[in-house]
Design a protein around this ligand. Sequence first.
Ligand SMILES: C[S@@+](CC[C@H](N)C(=O)[O-])C[C@H]1O[C@@H](n2cnc3c(N)ncnc32)[C@H](O)[C@@H]1O
Length: 154
Amino acid sequence: MKVRLLSIGKDRSGLFEPAVQEYARRLGHYTRFELVELAEASGKKLKPGDAKAAEAEAILARRKPQDWLVALDERGSLIDSVELGRYVGKAQTGSRDLLFVIGGDEGLDESVRAAAHMTLSLSKMTLPHRLARVVLVEQLYRAFTILKGEPYHK
Ligand SMILES: C[S@@+](CC[C@H](N)C(=O)[O-])C[C@H]1O[C@@H](n2cnc3c(N)ncnc32)[C@H](O)[C@@H]1O
C-alpha cells in the first residue's frame, strides 16, 4: 500500500516542515509515503476561480485508478483517530492506495471535492495549509500505530 499527500504550495518556512519530515520518517516504518508539493496557481495572476481550476487539473491528473482520493476540507467529515485507522485498514485490505489532497490559499476546487472518496475535516477551524499537513501526517502515523496495536495512541 502507498500513501501520497498532494499539497498545493511549497513550505520553506522552517516552522512546520521539520515536523512533517519527522512524521513522514516515522510513517515510512509502516507504509510507502510520499509528499508531493504542487505549484500554487494563485500566484500566476489568474482569477481565483481559474487558479483553483488549474490546481484541480494538476491534482486530478495525478490520481491513479487504485487510489482512494481524500480531500482535506474544514467542511468535511469529522472523524476520530480510531476511525481514521479503520479507514486506512480498509484501504489496506482492499489493496487501495490513499491519495490525500490539501489545497492552497484559495482552498480546493469543487471538482476535487466531488471526485473524492471522502472529504476529511481536521477541525471546524480553518488551518494554514502548512499546519494542516503536520496534523494530517501525525494522524496518519497514529492511524498505523492503532492498526498495529502499538502504544503510541492512548
Ligand atoms: C488556508 S486553507 C483554505 C481555506 C479556503 N478559504 C477554503 O475555503 O477552503 C488551505 C487548505 O488547508 C486545508 N485545511 C485547512 N483547514 C482545514 C481543516 N480544518 N480540516 C481539513 N483541511 C483543512 C484544506 O485542504 C484547505 O484547502
